[in-house]
Design a protein around this ligand. Structure first.
Ligand code: GLU
Length: 313
């Protein structure tokens, strides 16, 4: 069996030595201020351990990783009816692309591209004011982690509100097709605030545990049904890295969801919930070192959804 603590230490050392660290997202001005030198990793295991390395306690903007938690809440509210308004196919386009929406009549390809996540925010609003939906989201991630200190960075939310012209275009376009039920500013207020939640790798790895445990909360009770956990994992594998989802599945082989803040949440069903963070992004908008670290971790542990668990694993 692999010594996970030693492996995490090796990975943190290897990543610290990397010179090619990608580019920090600059289209949200507040994110452009983050130092690309950071690298953090944390692994919550199915047997209840939490191992961490590098900057695992530094909070970062989870951005699109919030789409996993928002999807979980929306499925809880409307169940499979969600799929009348959002697809389940990889987009093959950038995270903020508008091109498919016209041909596909305002139905976004999946809940993990921006357009799809904006529809999910519309569902989560459910006739309330954004602060109610945002409060519910915060309570949910605090419940998943058992940590009430998790909060929203209001400067990041304001920064994105001031510059989120593409998201405004996506939302207005979908509203024109009748696929948003609430006013665009309320939907985007909800969406921008959920993206601005800050978590550390340690907190994020804890938050993902229900997806490695077939929907169970490790402290008892159920977050979602086993079937729903499996489906969320399937969507993370096929759609979690925008138009690089196929490459991530090929290189890493486990479900993962990235965000432009440089974080990635990755799930090894039955074994581990992993969070990595490094703010520099590759050309597809996914963390450069985060992806490399997960590739190394998967190779050294043998973790993959495409191979059986090893003896003693
Ligand atoms: N809030 C970001 C946006 O909508 C999230 C994008 C991401 O993390 O991929 O542009």
């Amino acid at each position: 069996m692999v010594d996970l603590a030693a492996l995490i230490a090796d990975i943190a050392v290897a990543m610290a030595a990397q010179e090619e660290r990608g580019q920090v997202a600059s289209y949200i001005p507040e994110l452009a201020k983050i130092d690309p030198a950071h690298f953090g990793i944390a692994i919550a295991t199915a047997d209840g351990r939490l191992l961490a390395g590098g900057d695992a306690d530094t909070a970062f903007s989870i951005q699109s990783i919030s789409k996993v938690f928002a999807l979980t809440l929306a499925l809880g509210k409307v169940g499979d009816q969600l799929w009348d308004r959002v697809g389940r196919e990889p987009s093959g386009n950038a995270f903020n692309s508008i091109v498919q929406l016209e041909q596909e009549h305002g139905i976004p390809r999946n809940p993990f591209i921006n357009a799809g996540a904006i529809v999910v925010s519309d569902v989560n609003l459910g006739g309330h004011q954004p602060r109610v939906a945002i409060g519910e989201m915060l309570r949910f991630v605090r419940y998943l982690t058992g940590d009430d200190s998790i909060a929203i960075n209001e400067d990041v939310a304001a920064s994105e509100t001031g510059t989120g012209f593409r998201n405004m275009a996506l939302a207005n376009y979908m509203r024109a097709f009748g696929n948003l039920r609430h006013p665009v500013d309320l939907v985007l207020g909800t969406y921008f605030h959920q993206c601005a939640i800050e978590m550390s790798c340690r907190q994020l790895a804890l938050a993902g545990r229900y997806l490695m445990l077939d929907g169970r909360h490790p402290d008892g009770g159920r977050v979602v049904s086993p079937g729903r956990a499996r489906r969320i994992n399937a969507l993370m594998l096929t759609c979690g890295h925008y138009d690089a989802s196929g490459d991530f599945a090929f290189r890493v082989g486990i479900p993962g969801k990235s965000g432009v803040g440089g974080g990635i949440l990755a799930i090894v069903p039955g074994r581990a919930s992993i969070a990595v963070w490094s703010p520099g992004l590759n050309d597809n908008g996914n963390s450069q070192l985060g992806t490399q670290a997960l590739e190394l971790l998967a190779r050294r542990t043998g973790w993959s959804v495409f191979s059986p668990p090893e003896e003693g694993d």
